[in-house]
Design a protein around this ligand. Structure first.
Ligand SMILES: Cc1cc2nc3c(=O)[nH]c(=O)nc-3n(C[C@H](O)[C@H](O)[C@H](O)COP(=O)(O)OP(=O)(O)OC[C@H]3O[C@@H](n4cnc5c(N)ncnc54)[C@H](O)[C@@H]3O)c2cc1C
Length: 414
């Protein structure tokens, strides 16, 4: 196994980010591939990686209109957890969480997975009931979570205001092996591994059309010419509707902006992730010391990658009442991403009306945590035509009304 010094990794990461690195200089596209993945976010890259690693499919191109991880993958607040309610969700999110545990070793790239623990505060009687129900469901699903008392919350997060001016903390759903990872590193690690398997990771290559014949995919039209393929995976998050339109079908999905911000760095003061869904905000502390803060999604469809003022005010107000010590912090950066929301707040991993086109989307406000599990399952779906992990996440569920309701687990944006 190759070893990289800290400086080599940092230098390559920098080059990578700029899109001109040695291993990652975008190659010229070939005329034909066995499989093309559109979108070099975490889900697209992980799909390609497991296509090669688990199914031996290596004649693969990953096409990205911008730069690696420049979509939601490089814009999220990096929370990883698997405390979902429904069995199908717990299965795929827990698969992902467990793959995060060994991802740095698997990819030989430090993704800085930090299983520091994630808590979701219960601040109403309704939330207590909801989270206790989730803890019971998780026990049956083999996902390790527990409902903890306010005293335990305070001992894990001394800076929290348990009494809250509006909503006291009444307990929390606690997942001790949830946590965070470095988001760019996840994209870079997968991309380097794909590149080492001989795949072409092609940046600055926008897909502008999808060729079909007799109801089957033939290839794609791109800003760098036409490319043929046998199988096509569309993995473009907020641009799903645009790509589906090119392929001639419609998706039950909406694109909205979701935003986050970080404060100036301060000394370590909080070593777990806290989500406060009732007042609506969540916070963790990055390795650099910045307080990483996330809030809600816009209430209207749009394609902006920036925040809106009322959300910042709302989110910061919620977090100041939860953590009074942050009231005098300055904001350092503020940004947004375009997230892809389904009605039941669950993803879509599916075949489509066009033969050999597969789609992976709908991760909405919470798909970073799912990247390895989603890539694993999507690769199996593309290689074999079915996967036990994707069975319930097909497009058919919207026709048949078999929704996988995760509105509680995905209640606050993360
Ligand atoms: C502010 C914010 C905070 C979040 N916080 C969390 C969190 O804490 N935890 C969590 O689990 N999730 C979180 N998420 C959600 C998470 O980021 C996403 O669900 C996940 O990153 C989606 O990954 P992806 O690979 O599907 O999409 P993306 O990373 O968006 O990748 C899609 C790629 O497709 C490319 N593309 C689009 N159209 C084309 C085209 N025509 N041709 C070629 N390429 C194209 C885009 O440029 C993009 O790079 C957050 C999201 C945001 C915005």
């Amino acid at each position: 196994m190759k070893r990289y010094s800290v400086f080599a990794v940092a230098r390559e990461a920098l080059r990578y980010h700029q899109g001109w690195g040695r291993a990652w200089r975008s190659p010229e596209p070939k005329k034909k591939y066995e499989a093309i993945i559109i979108g070099a976010g975490g889900h697209g890259l992980a799909t390609a990686y497991y296509l090669g690693k688990n199914h031996g499919l290596k004649n693969v191109a990953i096409l990205e209109k911008g730069w690696l991880g420049g979509g939601n993958t490089g814009r999220n607040t990096t929370i990883i957890r698997s405390n979902y309610l429904q069995d199908a969700s717990a299965a795929i999110y827990e698969k992902a969480r467990s793959l995060y545990e060994t991802m740095s070793q698997d990819l030989n790239y430090n993704v800085m997975f930090s299983p520091r623990g994630v808590m979701m505060l219960a601040q109403t009687q309704h939330e207590i009931r909801g989270y206790k129900r989730t803890a019971h469901a998780n026990a049956l699903q083999g996902v390790s979570t527990e409902f903890i008392t306010p005293d335990r919350v305070k001992s894990l997060v001394p800076i929290i205001n348990i009494d809250g001016p509006r909503y006291p903390v009444l307990g929390a759903l606690w997942q001790p092996r949830g946590g965070t990872a470095r988001h760019d590193a996840v994209a870079w690690g997968y991309a380097r591994a794909c590149s080492e398997m001989g795949m072409d990771v092609i940046q600055q290559c926008e897909v502008t059309g999808i060729h079909r014949k007799n109801g089957q995919v033939q290839g794609v039209e791109t800003s760098r010419g036409s490319i043929e393929c046998e199988k096509l995976g569309i993995v473009v998050a907020g641009h799903t509707g645009v790509l589906a339109d090119m392929a001639g079908f419609r998706m039950p999905i909406e694109s909205v902006a979701l935003q986050a911000l970080v404060s100036e760095p301060i000394k370590p003061c909080m070593d777990v992730v806290v989500m406060a869904n009732t007042v609506h905000g969540y916070m963790s502390q990055s390795d650099k010391g910045e307080m990483v803060i996330g809030g809600g999604a816009d209430g209207f469809n749009n394609y902006t990658q920036r925040g809106s003022f009322h959300h910042v005010e709302e989110t910061v107000r919620a977090l100041i009442e939860t953590f009074p010590i942050i009231s005098r912090l300055k904001m350092l950066r503020w940004w947004g991403g375009i997230v892809d929301m389904t009605g039941d707040r669950s993803p879509i991993l599916s075949t489509t009306p066009v033969k050999n086109i597969f789609i992976n989307c709908g991760w909405g406000t919470g798909g970073f945590k799912a990247i390895p599990g989603s890539g694993w399952a999507m690769a199996e779906l593309m290689a074999k035509g079915h996967s036990s992990l994707t069975e319930e996440f097909g497009l058919n569920r919207f026709k048949e009304g078999k929704f996988i309701d995760e509105s509680v687990a995905a209640g606050v944006a993360h």
